[in-house]
Design a protein around this ligand. Structure first.
Ligand code: NAG
Ligand code: NAG
Ligand code: NAG
Ligand code: NAG
Length: 163
């Protein structure tokens, strides 16, 4: 009887410690303070949407058509970067800046922020041009339908570090 009781206590202690360890680990990983993210990193580039037809209306950034497509694309890109496990916490905004002929080329700008004390490391790895480019391109290869009007050609993706 006493032995069984001791065994139960030991097992309970093991499970409690495991639970506490898991909770602490999760906290370290999940808790971050975005107000300390004071350094901005931007990327600019373009991609091609082969299923869109270029019109004068799209070329005019104040037109309904251009604003609707820009908003839709901005949401698509924001969802992609917000849900990225590597980049999500640093992501601020995705903006479509213009549409050009060919068949339609969209110019975009991505904005990320990060803490001052980690900026060198983040710029070299997580928020490097290579990492952000690869996350973006992988998402484009994962698009379901090549005939969708919103389809973006993965091979057309261009990106540079910039303001
Ligand atoms: C877009 O480019 C194509 C091919 O160069 C041209 O035929 C078409 O007129 C252009 N469209 C506009 C709206 O400029
Ligand atoms: C629209 O385009 C013009 C000329 O390219 C630019 O100066 C202006 O800032 C743009 N407006 C918006 C709201 O993007
Ligand atoms: C722009 O789109 C909205 C909603 O689709 C519509 O109500 C409005 O009349 C359109 N404006 C123009 C100038 O076409
Ligand atoms: C980042 O890269 C630069 C240039 O390659 C290097 O000098 C620096 O030590 C690196 N910093 C970190 C934190 O990796």
């Amino acid at each position: 009887m006493v032995i069984i009781f001791i065994l139960i206590v030991i097992i309970a202690v093991i499970f409690t410690s495991l639970a506490i360890c898991a909770a602490i680990h999760q906290d370290e990983d999940d808790i971050f303070d975005p107000s300390s993210f004071t350094v901005i990193q931007n990327f600019r580039g373009s991609f091609q949407m082969p299923n869109q037809v270029f019109t004068d209306e799209l070329a005019t950034n104040s037109s309904n058509k251009s604003q609707t497509l820009a908003t839709e694309l901005g949401t698509k890109l924001s969802d992609l970067f917000k849900t990225s496990s590597a980049l999500g916490r640093y992501f601020i905004n995705a903006e479509i800046r213009a549409f050009r002929n060919g068949s339609v080329i969209a110019d975009y700008k991505l904005t990320f922020h990060m803490p001052e004390e980690e900026k060198d490391q983040l710029r070299n790895f997580t928020l490097s041009r290579e990492m952000v480019y690869n996350v973006f391109r992988q998402f484009l290869y994962d698009q379901e339908s090549e005939s969708d009007p919103m389809f973006i050609d993965p091979a057309s993706l261009k990106m540079v570090l910039g303001n």
